[in-house]
Design a protein around this ligand. Structure first.
Ligand code: NAD
Ligand code: TYD
Length: 351
């Protein structure tokens, strides 16, 4: 069936992969990408599909209720995939209110515009909210997050995402809005802003800069290749059950320090350095306040019910990612100029 899909935040890291997948795989759909183009949004992420007839870009803010209502009506939007967010934990510690504004008020604005535009006819409509496993808090050395794990967020980022998840469920329960949600683990891949661990380390290794590992580097993350996440999002969009949540993960846990050392070894080979050269750049720095110890997802619901599973070859996906950053020097230089420099100085100056 034809769908007119509004993707919010489609010029960002995950959003651009989702937009590319849907535009290429569904020429019969209309994909409208609405993005404010903050420091994290970059239209060049979508150069390869920008001219396709089933794709439209609109520069705009999800907090702008007049604009959102008009976009839903003008483009006869039937589905919303909501990815737009402030997404970096360290920034949420430096500036929490920006996260409340975009992640909480922005999501509320979208939900409200959706029920008003769709009032009286919720058939064939869907609000798909993209969330994070960070809403569940922090695990000890055992156990996994699943769809039934209670919420226990610790950072302003995760608290703002938890708040938006609750609003989505409240609009479902109160107003009958058809919704699905997914909570995903840490993503990596091409086009990720180099403030996040993997692209930051690749950039620093390549440029012989210190590799800032927080605390002892023992925190654990479950890493998922972004192209697997985009496929999972497509599976939930097409086959997810109204009102349900799906946890998405890579079944791929790494201690930060082990992952950083692996990246060093991969880059030693690619940059033709002697084995062990890049590891010498590792610099342990002051820990992140409230740093969650471990995230890990039990993804059996989406695997069993929707038939999705991640690529089993993490090393292959990691090497592909490293190759992309090495081949896209101009992209890295462009996104790390300007505003990013100010953030970088504030974040790493006194650690
Ligand atoms: P990102 O920071 O790379 O991109 C966010 C995008 O949203 C940018 O293009 C930005 O311009 C846009 N945006 C920000 N504020 C906006 C506003 N007010 N109006 C319109 N657009 C706005 O983020 P990402 O890593 O691609 O994450 C996308 C979504 O996935 C987020 O909701 C995030 O919480 C969630 N998520 C991310 C990860 C991860 O590992 N990156 C994991 C799980 C869930
Ligand atoms: P990040 O990519 O910011 O994702 P999140 O905090 O959402 O999990 O960080 C991943 C892990 O890497 C996290 O435990 C914090 C750590 N980290 C560092 O050790 N050094 C860094 O410079 C960054 C950005 C992160």
């Amino acid at each position: 069936m034809k769908k007119n899909i509004l993707v919010t935040g489609g010029a960002g890291f995950i959003g651009s992969h989702v937009v590319r997948l849907l535009v290429n795989e569904h020429p019969e759909y209309k994909i409208v990408n609405l993005d404010k183009l903050t420091y994290a949004g970059n239209l060049s992420n979508l150069n390869d599909i920008a001219g396709k007839p089933n794709y439209t870009f609109i520069k705009g803010d999800i907090c702008d209720v007049t604009l959102i209502s008009s976009v839903i009506t003008t483009h006869d939007i039937s589905h919303i995939i909501h990815l737009a967010a402030e997404s970096h934990v360290d920034r949420s510690i430096l500036n929490p209110l920006e996260f409340i504004q975009t992640n909480v008020l922005g999501t509320a604005t979208l939900l409200d515009a959706a029920i008003k535009a769709w009032s009286g006819n919720m058939e064939e409509k869907l609000f798909y909210h993209i969330s994070t496993d960070e809403v569940f808090g922090s695990l000890g050395s055992m156990g996994y997050f699943s769809e039934t794990t209670p919420y226990n967020p610790h950072s302003p980022y995760s608290a703002s995402k938890a708040s938006s998840d609750h609003l989505v469920r409240a609009y479902h329960d109160t107003f009958g809005l058809p919704v699905v949600l997914s909570n995903c683990s840490n993503n990596f891949g091409s086009h990720q802003f180099p403030e996040k661990l993997i692209p930051l380390m690749i950039d620093h290794i390549r440029n012989n800069k210190p590799l800032p590992v927080y605390g002892k580097g023992e925190n654990v993350r479950d890493w998922l290749w972004v192209e697997d996440h985009a496929k999972a999002i497509s599976a939930v969009l097409h086959k997810g059950k109204n009102g349900h949540t799906y946890c998405i993960g890579g079944n791929n846990e790494w201690k930060n320090i082990d992952l950083v050392k692996t990246l060093c070894a991969v880059l030693d080979v690619k940059l033709e350095r002697r084995p062990g050269t890049s590891e010498k750049l590792i610099a342990y720095v002051t820990d992140r306040p409230g740093h969650d110890a471990r995230y890990a997802i039990d993804a059996s619901k989406i695997q069993n019910e929707l038939g999705w599973s991640p690529t089993p070859d993490f090393k292959w996906a990691l090497e592909k990612t490293v190759d992309w950053y090495l081949a896209n020097d101009a992209w890295l230089t462009e996104v790390t100029s300007g505003e990013y420099r100010k953030y970088y100085e504030a974040q790493y100056a006194n650690r």
